[in-house]
Design a protein around this ligand. Structure first.
Ligand code: AMP
Length: 407
């Protein structure tokens, strides 16, 4: 079965087409500037070097998905004969609140539940819903599956997810820690168990998803028991442009001193803080390391703050799990930034974490990067959220097709 994976942002859309009978990628692409001037689709077919680019106005997500389908069935750039060859569509959906702890076939009830979560993810759920509506319209009858960023974290116990604020706010508004990047944390934890030749049920794992957005999770016997992001993806680690957790009183203080609204300050904490805010240079770790090498002290400080926060969570989660078997690095920074992995693991030998500086010189492929005498295995694992989405979509839509046949 061919599965189309869709990840919709407000003005962009990423997609992948996979053949799930052999789990292989057939094509992938991105549509940018949806609903703006200069809309553009860039499509890459596996095995073909030259990219297929379409520059045409795309007024909304339906226009964009129609162009994606055109590219996928195009006689020279496409990978399927026609639309009916697309067996199912998997959608990345950011927030499912407390409603779903796993992926689901999309029906009217699911759409309603996601609409109810718009308050919790005002930037993410609306475009996710637009993508689903567009696919339903353009591919009626094709099973659609929602895979949620929050689902994997639903196993957290109440003491991890409850904020110490009046309990009624949890009851009335669902204010609690949800956690994000769940698909990635789950994927790399499963791969780590596989690479170590162990059952995930016997392992205590800390997964560090360090990208532009970043989070750390504690995974005990395959279940998430704590994670650093919170009610929104603003919490936890310092990130590319996000502050991570700060003393909440800072918000009012800045608002008053700078004569700004609460909205303005939240925007500053989301878009002008983190590595960019501290360094004044960039949110990109490559730029920060280049600046560091030129002696830029604030870039050096930003990188130190980042590592400090990651180590802080690693320490906390080791105690929470009463030990650690595997420490996993993934996402843009975790996969590529050899120096940052080295700084994070520096002088942790006393707690059993010993990075091998030679094995650590790796990018782009799975590797065990700890020393042979390290009690904790350290792994670098490129994440693959699309594959998880495609797997869940394949499994659920096969089940649905089976059930329909049985009727
Ligand atoms: P992601 O959000 O997972 O796509 O990660 C994107 C981030 O990864 C970029 O903003 C960079 O900061 C970081 N990154 C990508 N490549 C490298 C690299 N070679 N060295 C250091 N950081 C990198």
């Amino acid at each position: 079965m061919k599965v189309l994976v869709i990840n919709c942002g407000s003005s962009s859309l990423k997609y992948q087409m996979l053949d799930m009978t052999i789990e292989s990628l057939l094509a992938k692409g991105i549509v940018e500037r949806i609903g703006m001037t200069g809309s553009m689709l860039t499509h890459e077919k596996v095995g073909v070097e030259e990219k297929f680019v379409v520059k045409e106005e795309m007024n909304d997500h339906k226009d964009a998905i129609a162009k994606v389908i055109d590219a996928l069935v195009d006689p020279s750039h496409g990978v399927v004969k026609n639309m009916s060859c697309i067996g199912a569509v998997g959608h990345r959906v950011v927030h499912a609140g407390e409603k779903y702890s796993g992926s689901v076939i999309i029906d009217k009830d699911v759409i309603e539940a996601l609409e109810e979560c718009i308050d919790l993810a005002p930037l993410h759920n609306p475009p996710n819903l637009l993508g689903i509506a567009a696919c339903q319209e353009l591919m009626p009858g094709t099973p659609q599956v929602a895979v949620f960023d929050t689902a994997f974290h639903q196993t957290m116990p109440p003491e991890s997810y409850t904020y110490a604020i009046p309990y009624e706010y949890y009851e009335k508004y669902g204010i609690r820690r949800y956690g994000f990047h769940g698909t990635s944390h789950k994927y790399v934890a499963d791969r780590a168990a596989y690479m170590l030749g162990a059952s995930i049920d016997d392992l205590k794992i800390i997964t560090c998803h360090l990208g532009n957005g970043a989070s750390v999770s504690a995974i005990k016997r395959g279940k998430c028991i704590d994670t650093s992001m919170g009610f929104t993806p603003l919490a936890g680690l310092a990130m590319g442009t996000r502050s991570g957790s700060v003393d909440p009183a800072i918000i009012q203080f800045i608002a008053e001193k700078e004569d700004r609204s609460i909205d303005d300050v939240l925007n500053i904490l989301n878009k002008e803080s983190g590595m960019l805010g501290i360094s004044g240079v960039s949110s990109d770790f490559r730029d920060l390391e280049a600046a560091l090498n030129e002696g830029n002290e604030r870039a050096a400080l930003a990188l130190k703050v980042f590592a400090h926060r990651v180590r802080y969570y690693i320490g906390a989660y080791m105690l929470e799990m009463n030990g650690l078997d595997a420490l996993v690095f993934t996402a843009g920074v975790g996969e590529n930034d050899i120096n940052m992995r080295d700084v994070i693991c520096n002088e942790l030998g006393n707690v059993g974490i010993k990075l091998d500086p030679v094995k650590n010189r790796v990018r782009g492929r799975e590797a065990i990067i700890s020393r042979d005498d390290s009690k904790v295995s350290i792994l670098m694992i490129p994440t693959n959220e699309e594959l998880v989405i495609a797997r869940d979509t394949y499994a659920l839509s096969n089940k649905k097709i089976g059930l329909n046949r049985g009727k």
